[in-house]
Ligand binder design. Structure first.
Ligand code: HEC
Length: 179
């Protein structure tokens, strides 16, 4: 894996300087996309509590041993046959570079900063979960609207009519209940 990365990684250094804004953006993106597996502080302690094999790399030492360009390559492409997904197809290069700035910052976090991240992390997750459950409720509501009679369905029709297209047409006078 190291050889594959070294052969293919761009040699570039991170084009983004570690300004407060860039770090903030990187921290947010890391929290959204990476913390679920790597932990908010890179320690691989997560609420998910999942065991990956090979295990999730601990990033709290800032991924020493990799250059910026190599990290860029790893994060863009993922690591084959492991749980590490590639992010390059759906994320702009600047997002990945900012995440790398944040990874480099992880070794310098104080205990207080880590505790704050934990708290933010769980609030963030709760917001995420709340949004997800709203989505499910909306979906259920739509399903009910599409099949208002579903719970009181008539007994199955005789074999001969199954497949005739009129059976599949939804009722025309459908009550339009707002969700
Ligand atoms: C679904 C879980 C998961 C997510 C999400 C995830 N990773 Fe990983 N990551 C892993 C696993 C598992 C490994 C270990 C792979 C291995 O052993 O080669 C890993 C390895 C890595 C490595 C290699 C470190 C090394 O020294 O070998 C880096 C860097 C990394 N991840 C960064 C990230 C970043 C940045 C993100 C977010 C953009 C991210 N990961 C999101 C699971 C994940």
């Amino acid at each position: 894996m190291r050889q594959w990365v070294q052969r293919n990684a761009p040699v570039d250094h991170n084009p983004f300087p570690p300004t407060a804004d860039n770090l903030k953006a990187g921290r947010r993106e890391f929290g959204e996309h990476c913390a679920v597996c790597h932990g908010v502080d890179g320690s691989a302690h997560t609420r998910l509590g999942a065991n990956f094999y090979p295990p999730v790399t601990r990033l709290e030492r800032g991924a020493p041993g990799w250059s910026d360009g190599e990290l860029f390559f790893i994060i863009s492409n993922g690591i084959r046959y492991t749980g590490m997904p590639g992010f390059g197809a759906r994320h702009k290069p600047e997002t990945i570079w900012r995440i790398i700035l944040w990874i480099r910052q992880l070794p310098h976090l104080t205990a207080q900063e880590k505790a704050d991240l934990e708290n933010e992390g769980s609030t963030g997750l709760m917001k995420h979960e709340a949004a997800a459950s709203t989505r499910t409720a909306t979906k259920r509501c739509r399903e009910r609207a599409a099949f208002p009679m579903a719970p009181r369905r008539a007994p199955p029709r005789p074999q001969s009519t199954v497949g005739s297209s009129s059976d599949l047409t939804p009722p025309t006078s459908r009550p339009q209940r707002p969700c």
